[in-house]
Design a protein around this ligand. Structure first.
Ligand code: ADP
Length: 668
């Protein structure tokens, strides 16, 4: 800049340039004021000129610098370097430019230096012109940028994820190496400017474009979305994708960027797990269906055995034969209990047991359980009593059938494992918060107790504290497994405390809503279904729809024994017909019959009644003891339900209750 610029119009030094341009006098002041350092040196390295900025830098007046050399101003080594650089410029006649550290200032700065030969008019080199300026800030910014670039490149080059940046037209601005190679490119730079449509099928590329447009429009991030990707090489993967709008510093959306991770393996594992779960569930369903079917098959002949044995035992035989018939009856009942346990357990295990809470009288339930077990306790001369705390509310909402089952199970065990002393069922009031009451139930005995190391396992299915007791006491080890699961289903947890030789206490707490006495209905309260008189209050004409001959016989004798008159229909069709042509007070309907089953027959009868005010009372009889059966029966329009094998007392109570209801309805 300062070195002599020859212009074609300049013939000698004194002449003022004619063409528009920088006047000579101005040149000097311009250079003086430049915000960079300007130095001229002669061939010996002596400073012949320094501008103001340079003087400021050295902290000396210009006059004090002129005439000196670098050796006067800098450490020897540095001065030598400057000397060598100057020599190079002078000898080669070429300018050099370099970045170097300047140590003249306390905090060393980075400067850019340009050295050019200084020529006189004839072109001879007469010295050297040095320009340098501070580039520290620029250098630092550059270094920062370089670091950023390095980090970004590490990410893009080495992460196995597919990372991309796109502009508003969905053209790639940058892709990760993994993404490029998925696109079939060896160099990520080759992707720049290209679009999805250059690699993917049109529908796929269009969908991606729509997605990005939506992203740009809505400005809403897509995070972790699972997508199915079909790659140009024909492979397909599942990816988890996050996409965001790419915004500039002013917040303006300038494109999109995203990252996709291959989750194919994860997905495959999840699918395999789901399939395995389905298979397991299907197997479990099949198992419980199988158990239900098997139990049905066993129950049908059991029905006959128990029914016949009961009739036989009550038929006025001599004492010995009556005793024999009773043994058949008791063994049959025992077998049936076992069957019920297995069925119950398999249903609880497959999660198919649902509670049916109704408002009812709690003490009735407790007394009902005691009544039921009294005979057994008496037989062993064991005292059995219930202690119900006075603070306990009378009426609660609970599944009394299941609650009684739990209590009966625990009392049954207590009696079974107690030789002398007593069994106590206690109900204590734990707390009451608003309408919710928590009660503690406990069954204590003075029996053989349970060894400490067995306290946990007895709640497992088919586990017994002492296998040898099976021979002595019978049992399968299902009772507590069922009981503990039922307690859990009701929201409690069963606990046991025991001391061998002294006795055991099984306890659990349950929380129930408190009920109003007016809410409780006799119908909803199974505790009340019991009567001692076994003669019907009124002889009925009953249509018995049942295909099995033995069952027909058992039911007929039983019903006639209660004082009723029986007509038989051999299948659903006959039942529908007969109930139309003859008059009956009640139909006992088997569920499974050839030609037409009990459900269909009931539907037809109800259809026929539709629009009239007639309603034939229908009671279902089924050997299936699945809960869903009861539901099916009621949905088809049946009024009540008896599980097979039908027992005299059960049939009696069910018929009596139903007829009472029918009467009260017709008297309305
Ligand atoms: P089981 O049909 O064998 O009675 P449970 O599941 O009802 O099956 O009980 C499992 C085992 O727990 C019993 O075999 C017995 O060893 C032990 N057990 C249960 N209740 C009592 C009790 N009140 N006193 C002593 N042992 C008991």
């Amino acid at each position: 800049m300062v070195h002599d610029m020859k212009s074609p119009n300049q013939s000698n030094e004194s002449q003022v340039p004619l063409q528009p341009g920088f006047p000579e006098w101005l040149r000097v002041s311009f250079v003086e004021e430049l915000p960079l350092c300007v130095i001229l040196k002669d061939l010996d390295g002596k400073f012949t000129y320094v501008n103001k900025q340079t003087a400021r830098l050295f902290g000396l007046p210009a006059e004090a610098i002129v005439g000196k050399t670098d050796f006067d101003l800098y450490p020897n080594e540095l001065a030598q370097k400057y000397w060598d650089d100057d020599r190079m410029v002078i000898q080669s006649g070429q300018a050099i430019e370099q970045i170097e550290k300047n140590v003249t200032v306390p905090a060393s700065r980075i400067v850019k230096v340009r050295k050019t030969p200084l020529r006189c008019r004839d072109g001879k080199i007469i010295g050297i012109e040095v320009l340098f300026w501070d580039v520290t800030a620029h250098q630092e910014a550059e270094a920062n940028l370089e670091q950023e670039r390095f980090l970004l490149q590490s990410l893009l080059n080495h992460l196995p994820d597919f990372i991309y940046f796109k502009d508003l037209e969905s053209r790639f601005l940058r892709v990760s190496r993994a993404h490029a190679s998925r696109l079939g490119l060896s160099n990520p730079a080759d992707a720049i400017g290209s679009k999805d449509s250059d690699y993917f099928t049109k529908p796929y590329a269009d969908a991606a474009r729509m997605d990005e447009l939506q992203l740009i429009r809505s400005g809403q991030n897509v995070l972790g979305r699972e997508e199915h990707a079909c790659w140009p090489d024909g492979s397909e993967t599942w990816v988890a994708t996050s996409k965001l709008p790419l915004r500039d510093e002013g917040g303006k959306t300038v494109g999109t960027f995203g990252i996709s991770r291959d989750i194919s393996e994860l997905k495959a594992a999840a699918e395999a797990l789901e399939r395995a779960k389905q298979v397991a569930e299907a197997a479990s369903r099949a198992k419980s269906e199988f158990v239900a079917n098997l139990s049905h098959e066993i129950r049908t002949p059991m029905n006959a055995i128990i029914g016949m044995a009961e009739l036989l035992a009550n038929s006025g035989l001599d004492e010995q034969r009556t005793e024999q018939a009773r043994t058949i009856l008791e063994s049959g009942e025992c077998l049936l209990r076992l069957l019920n346990d297995i069925l119950d357990f398999s249903r609880i295990e497959s999660g198919r047991v649902e509670l049916d809470p109704v408002p009812g009288d709690l003490s009735n339930c407790v007394q009902g359980a005691i009544r039921l077990m009294k005979v057994q306790a008496n037989e062993k001369s064991i005292k059995l009593e219930a202690r119900v705390n006075l603070a306990t509310p009378d009426f609660v909402v609970a599944d009394f059938v299941r609650l009684r089952q739990i209590l009966v199970n625990l009392i049954g065990n207590a009696i079974k494992f107690t030789a002398q002393g007593g069994v106590t069922l206690s109900v204590d009031h734990v707390s009451r918060i608003n309408q919710m009451v928590t009660l503690q139930f406990a069954v204590s005995d003075t029996g053989i107790g349970i060894p400490n190391d067995k306290l946990d396992v007895i709640f497992e299915e088919f586990e017994q504290a002492d296998k040898s007791t099976t021979r002595r006491f019978g049992g399968t080890g299902l009772g507590l497994a069922i009981t503990s699961r039922l307690v859990k289903l009701m929201g409690g947890q069963i606990k046991v405390k025991s001391q061998t030789g002294l006795g055991s206490t099984f306890s659990f707490s349950l929380t129930f809503p408190v009920a109003d006495e007016t809410e409780t209905s006799e119908f909803g309260d199974p505790n009340k279904a019991s009567s001692s008189s076994q003669t019907s209050s009124e002889p009925l004409r009953i249509l018995l729809a049942e295909d099995g001959e033995t069952n027909q016989m058992v039911a007929t004798i039983l019903l006639e024994g209660l004082g009723h008159q029986v007509k038989i229909a051999h299948n659903g069709c006959e039942a529908v017909q007969l109930s139309d042509t003859e008059s009956f007070d009640l139909i006992l309907m088997d569920l499974e019959m050839p030609e037409m089953d009990g459900i269909q027959a009931t539907r037809q009868i109800r259809n026929r009644e539709y629009g009239t005010n007639r309603h034939m009372p229908i009671i279902a009889m089924t050997a299936h003891a699945m809960e869903s059966d009861e539901q099916r029966c009621l949905e088809a329009g049946m009024d009540a339900y008896i599980a097979k094998p039908i027992r005299q007392n059960n049939v009696f109570v069910t018929i009596e209750n139903l007829m009472k209801k029918v009467k009260s309805r017709s008297s309305l």
